[in-house]
Design a protein. Structure first.
Length: 126
């Protein structure tokens, strides 16, 4: 199981939640991939480190955009999360639900050599 550290610490005066995300790592035809089904974000590269860097960049862009546009709840709901705007809470969808709704995740789960790891990230909720 991969033990890499993919953390997005968002410092602000807004509400901050920390969530654990499952991240899938695999190699296919010389290209390394990192994918988070809960956020539908992917990173890829010629090395494992490059793919993780690309994933972190995708995560940073997602976080910055949704934070600045104040659309984090809309995006999370679109991705199947349970959101309570009044309490500023968001819960990712269950793995079974994502597996039944996400064709890419179905494909990935059938591949050999895929590792699944959990990473904590922080979301700034506005």
């Amino acid at each position: 199981m991969s033990k890499s550290n993919i953390v997005r610490a968002y410092r602000s005066d807004r509400h901050l939640i920390e969530i654990g995300l499952e991240v899938y790592d695999w190699e296919d035809e010389g290209i390394f991939y990192v994918y988070s089904p809960a956020l539908d974000l992917t990173g890829y590269g010629k090395t494992k480190a490059e793919s993780k860097g690309a994933f972190k960049t995708s995560l940073d862009i997602f976080m910055d955009y949704t934070y600045n546009k104040k659309t984090i709840f809309v995006e999370l709901e679109h991705l199947g999360w349970s959101v309570n705007r009044k309490k500023k809470k968001a819960i990712p969808p269950e793995n079974e639900e994502m597996l039944s709704d996400n064709e890419l995740l179905k494909e990935i789960s059938k591949k050999k050599g895929v590792t699944i790891s959990n990473h904590n990230i922080q979301l700034a909720l506005s």
